[in-house]
Design a protein around this ligand. Structure first.
Ligand SMILES: Nc1ncnc2c1ncn2[C@@H]1O[C@H](COP(=O)(O)OP(=O)(O)O)[C@@H](O)[C@H]1O
Ligand SMILES: [Mg+2]
Length: 166
């Protein structure tokens, strides 16, 4: 599990943007952490890294917000992307992809979540990002996922851990 300490919302956002450079279509990003931990801030960073132009906020009325993103197709797999202001290298090729931002905060049980038919997003061909993934319950988590854990250490300090699983 990779780990770092963030001391500001900006730093957390930047970490999200950096991690966006490692995701690809079909990926599911699961965020764990309490209210105010910085999950939405982190998602804003991921979305920046995916060149999403839409306004990214917690989906408060809907459970899912759908954005249009882009992700770089590298000339060579695993080649390190170059960073620019948009988070993407200038000479890279891009593919468009849907970004599905899901927030399970107001849901109470795995059953309730099942009824929503979120699978089309989670197992769709875009990139799914799930806030409050703990609400899915361990056995309902997507088998393949990127896990992000954000823990509040003090007012402005957060511990961020992440890994690709399995
Ligand atoms: N290091 C930090 N990382 C992320 N957010 C921080 C940090 N320090 C303070 N904050 C503040 O914490 C809040 C996080 O809110 P938000 O991202 O909506 O949390 P969540 O989605 O986890 O409920 C924001 O108001 C943000 O400015
Ligand atoms: Mg949130």
């Amino acid at each position: 599990m990779k780990k770092l300490k963030s001391t500001s919302a900006e730093e957390t956002e930047k970490t999200g943007k950096k991690i966006a450079m490692t995701v690809k279509p079909f990926d599911v990003i699961c965020l764990f952490g309490s209210l105010g931990a910085g999950k939405t801030v982190f998602v804003q960073g991921i979305c920046k890294g995916l060149a999403v132009k839409d306004f990214v906020n917690s989906p408060s009325f809907k459970i899912v917000n759908e954005y249009r993103g882009k992700f770089p197709v590298y000339p060579e797999p695993r080649q390190k992307p170059r960073f620019s202001k948009t988070g993407m290298g200038k000479r890279q090729k891009f593919t468009r992809c849907g970004v599905y931002h899901i927030d399970l905060y107001r849901l109470n049980s795995a059953g309730e979540i099942n009824d929503l038919g979120l699978d089309e997003y989670i197992y769709g061909n875009g990139i799914a990002i799930i806030e409050w993934a703990e609400k899915l319950g361990k056995k309902n988590l997507p088998k393949k996922r990127i896990e992000i854990y954000i823990k509040i250490k003090s007012e402005n300090e957060r511990e961020i851990k992440w890994r690709r699983y399995p």
